[in-house]
Design a protein around this ligand. Structure first.
Ligand code: SF4
Length: 289
């Protein structure tokens, strides 16, 4: 006896026919669900049946409420005495902390900071002398040939995107600020390729205007030290601003960056030799050395 095709089998199966002559969809799971919602299929519960079942289910489960979702505990601001102790210890540990990027003026620092994205400061410092020798100001960088600029900054990685940022940023510095790097966070962050982190680096190190730089080290240490529970860099910055005295904002960033590189490394922080240990709750640290 010849085997029937699936289509032929559906035709002969009376339960596969919907009352209105409509056939169920080919996808079985979806068609049943749809039919159940519409109540159109003879073998599937109607709305009234569904309501009765739901009522009986709710009777059976009366008194058994689903457990409420565990709420995230509210973050308590850190004890000011502990923060003071941390700051004093950090100042003792890193009295000369400053940026490792080499620069002679605000423009050089701005360009070097753009180049330092996803790159070490040492590598940037190897590239910038030749770069600034050839393009000494914002107008020269804005007018630089793309291929020439790309070739010079290639060792820093992401050289195409960085070339675009440097040229566009310098063109805006020339057109809007007469070739001088602006001195406010708002004006700096309005420049192409300049975010809050870069702007705060320039403000703090080139102009002496306090700003908290939140990079990966600062964010990680701020959470481990229980100074904030925020993850977003802008939120971390706003959480740190009220608990660190303003005159220490820029140095505080350098302290945490150095401590994050040398001791409180991302994987297995060196808690056993860490001078901050007496004041550190080590939030989120599961393995240390
Ligand atoms: S005690 Fe551990 S977690 Fe805390 S700052 Fe030091 S190295 Fe980091």
């Amino acid at each position: 006896m010849p085997r029937k095709s699936p289509r032929a089998r559906r035709r002969t199966d009376p339960s596969s026919r919907l009352p209105g002559g409509r056939r169920p969809r080919v996808a079985p799971g979806r068609s049943r669900a749809k039919a159940r919602r519409s109540g159109a299929h003879p073998g599937i519960a109607s709305h009234a049946q569904g309501a009765r079942r739901a009522a009986s289910r709710s009777k059976a489960g009366r008194g058994r409420r689903p457990a409420p979702q565990a709420r995230r505990a509210r973050f308590a601001p850190p004890d000011p005495a502990r923060v003071t102790a941390l700051l004093e210890q950090l100042e003792r540990l890193y009295p000369q902390a400053t940026t490792a990027l080499a620069f002679r003026d605000p423009l050089e620092l701005l360009v070097a900071t753009i180049l330092s994205a996803q790159c070490t400061d040492e590598r940037v410092n190897q590239v910038t002398p030749a770069l600034f020798e050839r393009y000494p100001d914002a107008a020269a960088l804005a007018a630089a040939r793309v291929a020439d600029l790309e070739a010079l900054i290639r060792p820093t990685g992401f050289f195409r995107a960085k070339t675009r940022s440097i040229r566009a940023c310098c063109a805006e510095i020339v057109s809007r600020h007469g070739g001088q790097v602006p001195r406010t966070l708002e004006e700096l962050t309005a420049l192409h390729g300049v975010g809050r982190k870069t702007a705060n680096v320039v403000l703090g190190n080139a102009f002496g205007i306090p700003g908290i730089v939140v990079d990966t080290h600062v964010g990680r240490l701020a959470r481990r030290l229980d100074l904030t529970d925020q993850v977003d860099p802008v939120k971390v910055e706003h959480a740190l601003m009220p608990i660190v005295p303003r005159e220490r904002w820029s140095r505080f960033s350098h302290w945490l960056i150095l401590h994050g590189r040398r001791v409180c490394v991302a994987r297995r922080p060196r808690c056993s030799i860490c001078p901050l240990a007496p004041h550190c709750p080590r939030v989120g640290v599961t393995d240390s050395q």
